[in-house]
Structures are given as structure tokens and as C-alpha cells.
Design a protein around this ligand. Structure first.
Ligand code: NAG
Ligand code: NAG
Length: 249
């Protein structure tokens, strides 16, 4: 699966509002938008929904500077798929996305995940120097644990770090953003252009079956909509005898 979202911010009056999908920043939201759009919970969006995924729908257009007309651009994506032939020594990974907005409920032994996918950071503390980052966290039981092989966070601009902790408080992985410094693609000033990854020494970090892992997502304080705090983790049940380390992923 290749999931790509493209937001064209050329000529917009406010790139930040546009890329955070602030609803009131779009000029062509349908009239009954709030009644006709269903949120993650399957219910019509609340009028308190100020921005995020649902306001960045296809064909919606951010407010543009007067008279601005973007030249049409054709974009294409090129990708390469490589593979190795299956052999008995390969060990499958189990892949989870831990979401800092998950409102986990337990009914008896049944665990119900209720991920919001995105959240809003309230404007409190905005502009106050050295105000601490905003933290969003969730305690998530990992039904089937394993050795941690790889982990990285998915976060947006404003991210400070994303961290997962084991039930005993040990840090399993911290992923930190890299901010762009220039103008060229992949290095745009002020935007998150990468998140660091964790490749623990295989066997060194184990999540037990049923262990409650805490996902913590930190952003610089200040109003932001549509932010995300996801951690991708790959787990394996057993370790290979001769550890094969890919040099490139
Ligand atoms: C949305 O639905 C509510 C309740 O049915 C109604 O009162 C309101 O006028 C509707 N809003 C729009 C913009 O259609
Ligand atoms: C994440 O950021 C917070 C706030 O700056 C900092 O206190 C914390 O040490 C960072 N976590 C890690 C594991 O680096």
C-alpha cells in the first residue's frame, strides 16, 4: 500500500493553516459539510471540528492570495520494488501502529481500541516562551508481543518527539523529527522532512504478551489541528540464528 496525501500550498495566504487542514481556511467546503461528513466514530462531524483529515478532502481548495494563479503541474511517482526469494530462515514480522489518541476500553478480557487517528492541540500556552510541549498519550495493551525489530513515529510539523515505553517505564524507542532548512524538495524550511528510526540490537528489546505499552506524542505548544502521533512497530516471535541485517530498508 502506498498512501500519499498531497496538499498544494502554492500561493495560499497561510501555508500553516492550509497544511494543517483548518476547515475555515477552505473556500469550497460544501454547504452541509458538518452534517454530511462523518468522523472516525461514524457520526456527523461536530461543529467543534476545526481542522484535520476531513477538511482536506479531494478538490477542496485553500484560500489563495489575490490574483494568484498556480501554473498547472503534472507530477508522477516512480518506485522500485525489489524482493528476495523466500527461504526457511526468514522470519515474518508483525506490524502494529500505536496511536497516541487510542482510547482503549476493556470489557472483561476484550480490548477495544478506539483510535481517533488525529487530534487538535489547544491554543493554551501559545506564544509563551519555553512553555513545555503538549503531550498526548495512550496506554495500549499489546496482545501478542515479541522482539522489537524496527520502530519509527509518524508525526507532523511541530513534533518534538514520539516515544514508546514498556509497562515498567523503560524506553522502547524514541523517534525525533528532522526539520528542513532550505528550499529544495525534501528539505523545505520549517517542515518535518524525516523521523528518526530505531533498530534495536535484535533480541535486546522484548515486549511481553499483554504488556501495556505507553505511546507518548509531544508537540511544541500552540494551536495545531490535524496532528498525529503514531508509532509503527515491527515485532518478531523468534530471532534468526545468523542475524541478517538489511543495509537498506
Ligand atoms: C444540520 O443538521 C441539524 C440537525 O438536523 C440542522 O438543525 C442544521 O440546520 C443542519 N445544518 C446544515 C448546515 O444543514
Ligand atoms: C522528548 O522531548 C521531551 C521534551 O523536550 C524531553 O524532555 C524528552 O527527554 C524527550 N524524550 C527523549 C526520550 O528524548
Amino acid at each position: 500500500l502506498l498512501n500519499i496525501m498531497i496538499i498544494d500550498t502554492r500561493g495560499t495566504i497561510d501555508k500553516k493553516s492550509c497544511s494543517e487542514c483548518r476547515c475555515n481556511h477552505f473556500i469550497n467546503l460544501p454547504k452541509n459539510f458538518y452534517n454530511d461528513t462523518f468522523g472516525v466514530d461514524g457520526k456527523p462531524l461536530s461543529p467543534n471540528y476545526k481542522g484535520g483529515l476531513f477538511c482536506c478532502k479531494d478538490e477542496l481548495q485553500c484560500k489563495l492570495k489575490k490574483g494568484f494563479e498556480a501554473p498547472r503541474r503534472k507530477l508522477a511517482i516512480r518506485y522500485k520494488i525489489t524482493w528476495v526469494d523466500w527461504d526457511q530462515h526468514q522470519i515474518p514480522v508483525r506490524f502494529y501502529i500505536l496511536d497516541a489518541t487510542d482510547r482503549v476500553k476493556k470489557i472483561g478480557s476484550l480490548v477495544i481500541h478506539d483510535c481517533q487517528a488525529e487530534y487538535t492541540i489547544p491554543p493554551s500556552n501559545a506564544g509563551i516562551k519555553h512553555s513545555p510541549p503538549h503531550t498526548q498519550k495512550a496506554n495500549i495493551p499489546i496482545e501478542k508481543g515479541g522482539y522489537l525489530i524496527y520502530s519509527t513515529a509518524h508525526m507532523h510539523t511541530g513534533a518534538v518527539n514520539g516515544t514508546i515505553y514498556g509497562q515498567d517505564g523503560r524506553v522502547l524507542c524514541t523517534s525525533k523529527p528532522t526539520y528542513g532548512k532550505g528550499e529544495e524538495p525534501g528539505n523545505k524550511k520549517g517542515y518535518v522532512v524525516g523521523m528518526s528510526t530505531c533498530y534495536p540490537e535484535p533480541g535486546s528489546i522484548k515486549i511481553k504478551d499483554g504488556e501495556i505499552v505507553t505511546m507518548e506524542s509531544r508537540y511544541k505548544s500552540g494551536y495545531r489541528t490535524g496532528v498525529m502521533g503514531h508509532m509503527y512497530i515491527y515485532l518478531v516471535d523468534r530471532l534468526p540464528e545468523n542475524i541478517y541485517r538489511p543495509t537498506q530498508v
